[in-house]
Write a protein of this length. Sequence first.
Length: 138
Amino acid sequence: MATVVADAQGTRASIVELFAEFSFEAAHRLPSVPETHPCARMHGHSYQIRITIKGPVDERIGWVRDFYDIASAFEPFRVQLDHHVLNEIPGLENPTSEHLARWLWQGLSGVLTNLAAIEVRETRYMGCTYRGDEDELN
């Protein structure tokens, strides 16, 4: 998605959303669901994460952000999550996709400017997209 906007001097800049995708393997159980729910038992997922950045294209360099910066920012999180039990990670005691997306946002928003969305997929067909808390959007 690209949008063209003008700055105070009337110069036009393209606004672009770019994304980088990552994966990790992890186990979890959901402690807040009934014992009879399948997710109450320990199980694992091949998680897919999409980090989206939105901002103006720097006309000198030609990009919004270097993909390497996004990968470098995510790497410590990947190491912390990959092949671990999510419930054992502080802040992820109830590791739903929604909580994981928010947890990643909170960790990455201080490192990645113009963070627009964090998408967490537990399967090819199911996941969530987090775009910040309501108070962050106002």
